[in-house]
Each structure stands twice: as structure tokens, then as C-alpha cells.
Design a protein. Structure first.
Lengths: 310, 385
């Protein structure tokens, strides 16, 4: 493997890792508040199509990413209203959101299919740091979104484990009735968590169509939203472990073609199964461990909260 | 070609239902308008939205062209999954609405189309990219895309400085393998030392994966890229890296900066001839494998290419029948000679699924081309996928 190939691989790992991490981190926040959102794939598609359209129209990648995040937040809020406010089944509502998002994004983006991308992110120049060999060259090539994803990961960890707001959010996700009794606004907390999660999924979609693809067509998300949902489980609802998982799963995607250019005969079909196999393995490990320990999953996940049912 | 593996998914089914309903409504509206029962009406069933600058887009251009040329009424439904009831429903709807000829434009529609042809002797059917037909009302049709692929290879060979040309490819099936081989033979005609490095993506359409595969080839040192995929992601990656891109399906100069040329589809003439045969009651089932002489496949010669003259000469020779891509001696990837100078097989050949397609002494023929399961010398990569 040449130096160029090594740097190329690392950049690709970080790119796919960024894509998966943004969406998975958003899902983690929603699930921590007790709301399972299976609408990530559809929300990514909505963020993807708006990010691309705004990129073409405005020429500003950051502005496009911001709008993608806003669209993601608004779109995921549909799931919030249906499942949190109205108390409908979270699984059904989330799946409906995915189907709606994939269809609506295809409709909205029809005229922009295969348009040339209109906006790009530039690598952040780290000055002398970029001279530090392969690592420096890789970090030097990272664009701002990857740095933003890392910052969001740290902020999420800090918020969840070190702030009163995070404590409230976790309390709502563990036992909504208890949190309610303690005076925490359950519905508002969950709505905010779902909206923030949607914003990150939308951003992830925008990153896909502005950076990774780059371009828009129906089906561009290609199941990455589902990998993000699996990642939250794989990472045991911990921002740090989810980051590790995102880099691992992203690494598998990045490695697929490179195994071939290295002349290693590993079926790409097998490679694309690995993330799901790993997730199943982690599920098994988690379920075995939870026999004698409390589960790592938020206890109230999937449960609608109605005050009169306490 | 678009679809050998089923690409059905929840969203596709939902979308196609919506399209179906809209199509059904518009057909009802058309029927109420009091159409002439004897008028020829042609229907097209597409596997993905037509606005994709790829496979389906070119079929829709063919539909529009044929409509203009024949005056026949045409209609289409898009995003109809392979192997689902949506296909059956939409075809039945077309039949009920009096359509006389139905074009099914994706590989996976083959068996369902065969069944419809048997059940509806008064309607003619054409299936694209498959291999089934009957004796009364069911044809299949495809194009010799390997011919323009060879010419694209000539341009690529002249363009590369690193001697590595990257080829992002979907699945290791004969159609794709044949295209890679033809392209590589073209590369060698202008640059005997250059190699064509293949990366399989296991998907017809996934811009993220396609772009990643393209990037892996660029990192390996490729300075010219081409693809057998449905998105332009390979072209975007090539442009970003300052490499040259040769497309597929359609002219991609609008979408891709560093675009050179592309082997393209042009279905207008074939669709026109089929619809005309239906109009004058002379439809005869056939297995049509159209060539560059027919125009169903084509390539624009880029004036900027240093070998534009040679490309033009080869294009003329192919059209005149003086030359074809797999004429003469062929060598397999490992150097084994496959055919002698007269095009006679020196080894037994099997398709990628292990079925025999030719024995020692056989002449190179369409059956061997249609089942091609080996790479020629100069290709780097594995046919195993």
C-alpha cells in the first residue's frame, strides 16, 4: 500500500465515519430520552435533498448544511408529534417517517437528479500540523464537517453526563413517570431530543449529498440511516463508543474497494454485511450481560408517556 | 444495463404505487376522452425514475423520439420494481386500456413479460436486455455496447499518463465483463502498456459506494476513470482529483467537469421500427442485438483526443462490418491464449455461472459474447467480484 493509498483510506474512513456518526449521535440523543426513531433513513434523505438543492442554489455549503439540519429537525418533529405528543406507536411512526422521507425527497429532488454539485466544503488548513506525516496529511484533508461532528460528540457526552439538562433527558428516558413526578416536562424534553436528533440526521444527509456522493438521486442514502440506528445499539448508547463504531463501520465501507485494489479477494457483498453481523453480535453480548446487570438501553425506550396512565 | 438484482424496497413499492395510481388516473382520463380503438398505443415500463441521466432516461428519450416519428400514442410508468405485483398491475392496466405493444425495459421483468405474452396473444411485447422470446408476440432486444466501449477505451489509452485506468463496475455478469474486456482491448490499441484496474461495487446505484471505489482507484494512481454504474459519482471523484472521466449511458458533460466522452444508448430508431411494425400488422418476434451500425449504441468522438482520427476509422470499420472488437487472437488475463488469429477457440469456455458456452475449435460467436466470463489480458482485478 502506497502512502497515497494509506492517506486515501484514512480520509475515506473519516468521511464515512462522519456521515454515520452525525446520524447515530442524533439517534442516540432521541433514544436517551426514550424515543426510538426509525425515521433516520427518511430524515437523512430529506436533509440530503434539501442540502443538495440549497447548495446548488446558494453556492454555500455551510448554509446548505444548516438548512439540511433545520429540515431534518422539522421533519423528525413529525415523529415527535405523532409518537410523543399523541402517543402513537414509535416503531410504526418511525417507519412511516422513513417511507415518507424517501418518497418526498425523491419527489422534491426530481429536477435536480444528476445535477452538478453547487457547493463544496474546503479542508481546514492546520498550518504546520499538516507536515506531521500521514496523520497530519489526513487531518489536513478533513473538512470542517468532520471537526463539527467530533465537537458535537464531545458536546453530547458533556451534556448527557455533566449537565442538569442531560440528567433530565436521561431521567425521561429511564422512567418518564418518575421524571414527571420530579417536575421534568416529559413531552417537551422528548420533543427537543427528537428535533435535535433529526437535525443531526438531516446534517448527515446533507454531508452525503454535498461531500460524499456528491449529487442527488432517489435512494442516495442507500440504507446508511439504518446503519446509524444499528450503531447506537452497537455503541451501547455511549457517544464515545458510538464514535468508535462509526469509524469501524465507516472503515468497513471505505475498505471495500481498497481490498480489491490491493488484490485481496474479499467479496464486497460479504463486507457490506459485516456492520449488521457486528450489531447482532453486540446485541447478543448485551443481552447476556443484562441477565445479571441492568440493561444499558434506556428503560423507557419505545414507551409512550401519558400522565393519566401512571 | 440497469437491473439484474432486484432492487425492491419499501420506498420503491410505496413510490411506485403512487406512480401507478397517477398513471391509472391519467389513463382513465385519456380513455374518457374517447380514443380511437384502432389507433396504435405503445406503453413502457421502467424500473427507476426516468430523470436519472442513465438507463431509464435513455429509454424515455427513445419513447419520445418514437412517439414523434410514428405518431403513435405512448405512455410510461416509472419506478416499477422487478418481481413485484406492481409490474403485473401496470401491464394489465395498459392491456385493459387498449395498448397494443408493451416495452419492458429491465432485465428482471423477463419472466413476467413472457407470461403476459402467452396470455395476451393480441398484444405485442418487447423485453429489453433479456434472452427470452416466443414465435408470435414476444421479442427481446439489447445493444452491442461493447463496440462503443472499445472506442472509449482507445480514447482512455491515449489520455492516461500513469498507465492506470480505473473502471468502477457493478456486478461480475457477462454484460459488464464484456464491456470491461472491450474497453481494455481499445486501451491496448492506443497504449499497449496501460492496464485497466477494476473495482466491483455490488450495486447498480449507490453514489457513496461508487465515489469511494473511484477514490480508491485514484489513490492507486489511476488518472482516467470510467464506470458501469447508474450514477455520476465516479465522474465527480475524477473531476475533483483532476483526472479524466469517460461516462456511460448518456452524454454526461452537463454533470461532470472533466468529461471526455461516453458510450451511449439511442433507442429511438429501434422503438420506431417496432411501433411501425405494430401499426402495419407486421410485428415479428426476434432476438435483436443492435449494433453501432443500427445506431442503438453510439459514441461521440472527442475532437480533443489525440487519437480522434483512429477512433473515427475504427468506428467506420465497425459500422461497415470490416472490424469487430473480439475478432482475432484473444489472450486471457493470465496470458492463456483464448482464440487464434482466425477467432477459433483454443480452450473450452464457461459463463460466470459455470455453464459451458464454447468448446475448442468453435468460432467466436454471439453466444460466447453473451456468456463471457473471463477477463482479457490487461485487466487488473478478479472476475469473481
Amino acid at each position: 500500500m502506497s502512502r497515497a493509498e494509506l492517506v486515501g483510506l484514512l480520509i475515506s474512513v473519516i468521511s464515512f465515519g462522519t456521515l454515520l456518526y452525525l446520524a447515530a449521535l442524533g439517534e442516540l440523543i432521541a433514544e436517551k430520552s426514550g424515543v426510538l426513531n426509525l425515521g433516520v433513513e427518511g430524515t437523512m434523505a430529506m436533509g440530503g435533498v434539501t442540502g443538495f438543492l440549497i447548495g446548488v442554489q446558494s453556492g454555500s455549503a455551510w448554509f446548505a448544511l444548516l438548512i439540511a439540519a433545520l429540515v431534518g429537525a422539522v421533519f423528525a418533529s413529525i415523529h415527535g408529534i405523532v409518537s410523543v405528543v399523541m402517543g402513537a406507536d414509535q416503531v410504526v411512526s418511525g417507519l412511516a417517517l422513513t417511507i415518507l422521507g424517501l418518497g418526498l425527497s425523491a419527489f422534491l429532488g426530481k429536477d435536480y437528479v444528476s445535477s452538478a454539485p453547487g457547493a463544496k466544503f474546503n479542508a481546514i488548513n492546520l498550518g504546520p500540523l499538516s507536515d506531521l506525516g500521514v496523520v497530519g496529511e489526513t487531518l489536513f484533508s478533513m473538512n470542517g464537517v468532520s471537526w463539527l461532528a467530533i465537537a458535537l460528540g464531545i458536546a453530547t457526552w458533556f451534556m448527557l453526563s455533566r449537565t442538569r439538562m442531560g440528567l433530565s433527558l436521561r431521567a425521561v428516558g429511564e422512567s418518564a413517570a418518575t421524571a414527571d413526578a420530579a417536575g421534568t416536562p416529559v413531552v417537551l424534553t422528548r420533543m427537543i431530543a427528537v428535533a435535535i436528533g433529526g437535525a443531526m440526521a438531516g446534517m448527515s444527509g446533507g454531508y452525503l449529498t454535498l461531500v460524499l456522493a456528491p449529487g442527488w438521486n432517489e435512494g442516495t442514502t442507500a440504507g446508511r440511516g439504518w446503519i446509524a440506528v444499528a450503531l447506537v445499539i452497537f455503541g451501547a448508547w455511549k457517544p464515545g463508543r458510538v464514535l468508535f463504531g462509526a469509524l469501524l463501520f465507516g472503515g468497513l465501507i471505505a475498505l471495500e474497494p481498497r481490498l480489491q485494489t490491493l488484490g485481496l479477494d474479499v467479496s464486497p457483498i460479504l463486507m457490506s454485511m459485516v456492520p449488521y453481523l457486528l450489531t447482532i453480535a453486540v446485541l447478543i453480548v448485551l443481552s447476556i450481560r443484562s441477565r445479571n446487570r441492568p440493561s444499558v438501553a434506556p428503560a423507557a425506550i419505545g414507551l409512550a408517556f401519558r400522565r393519566e396512565e401512571r | 444495463m440497469n437491473a439484474v438484482t432486484p432492487r425492491s424496497s419499501a420506498k420503491r413499492i410505496m413510490r411506485s404505487k403512487l406512480v401507478m395510481i397517477l398513471a391509472a388516473l391519467s389513463l382513465v382520463a385519456a380513455a374518457c376522452g374517447g380514443s380511437d380503438e384502432t389507433e396504435t398505443k405503445a406503453a413502457f415500463v421502467m424500473v427507476a425514475p426516468v430523470g436519472d441521466a442513465g438507463w431509464n432516461f435513455m429509454h424515455d428519450l427513445g419513447r419520445q423520439g418514437a412517439e414523434e416519428a410514428t405518431g403513435a400514442e405512448t405512455a410510461f410508468v416509472e419506478a416499477i420494481p422487478e418481481g413485484g405485483t406492481e409490474f403485473d398491475n401496470s401491464v394489465q392496466q395498459f392491456i385493459d386500456d387498449g395498448f397494443n405493444v408493451i416495452f419492458a425495459t429491465s432485465f428482471g421483468y423477463m419472466d413476467a413479460t413472457e407470461k403476459f405474452a402467452a396470455d395476451n396473444p393480441d398484444v405485442d411485447f418487447v423485453h429489453i436486455s433479456g434472452f427470452k422470446k416466443n414465435d408470435t408476440n414476444f421479442s427481446n432486444a439489447f445493444g452491442r455496447m461493447y463496440q462503443p466501449r472499445y472506442i472509449a477505451g482507445m480514447a482512455a489509452g491515449a489520455e492516461t499518463e500513469s498507465g492506470i485506468i480505473g473502471y468502477v463496475a457493478a456486478f461480475p455478469i457477462p454484460e459488464v465483463i464484456r464491456g470491461i474486456n472491450a474497453f481494455t482491448l481499445g486501451v491496448q490499441a492506443t497504449n499497449p502498456d496501460a492496464v485497466v484496474e477494476v473495482v466491483w461495487t455490488s450495486t447498480w446505484f449507490d453514489p457513496g459506494v461508487e465515489g469511494n471505489a473511484a477514490q480508491a482507484l485514484l489513490d492507486k494512481g489511476a488518472d482516467v476513470l470510467t464506470m458501469h454504474q447508474d450514477s455520476t459519482a465516479t465522474g465527480q471523484a475524477a473531476t475533483d482529483a483532476g483526472a479524466t472521466f469517460l461516462g456511460y449511458h448518456s452524454d454526461m458533460s452537463e454533470q461532470v467537469g472533466n468529461y471526455l466522452t461516453a458510450p451511449v444508448w439511442n433507442w429511438t430508431d429501434y422503438y420506431t421500427s417496432v411501433i411501425e411494425s405494430v401499426q402495419n400488422d407486421s410485428f415479428t418476434p426476434e432476438a435483436y442485438w443492435g449494433s453501432m451500425a443500427d445506431g442503438v449504441v453510439d459514441i461521440e468522438i472527442p475532437d480533443s483526443s489525440p487519437v480522434a482520427g483512429d477512433m473515427k476509422a475504427i468506428k467506420d470499420a465497425i459500422i461497415n462490418g470490416d472490424f469487430d472488437v473480439f475478432d482475432g487472437a484473444l489472450f486471457a488475463q493470465d496470458g492463456t491464449q483464448i482464440t487464434d488469429n482466425d477467432g477459433k477457440l483454443l480452450v473450452d469456455l464457461a459463463d460466470p455461472f459455470g455453464n459451458p458456452i464454447g468448446a475448442v475449435g468453435d468460432e467466436m460467436n454471439d453466444g460466447i459474447l453473451l456468456g463471457m466470463g473471463f477477463f482479457v489480458q490487461g485487466v487488473v482485478g478478479s472476475v469473481e467480484g
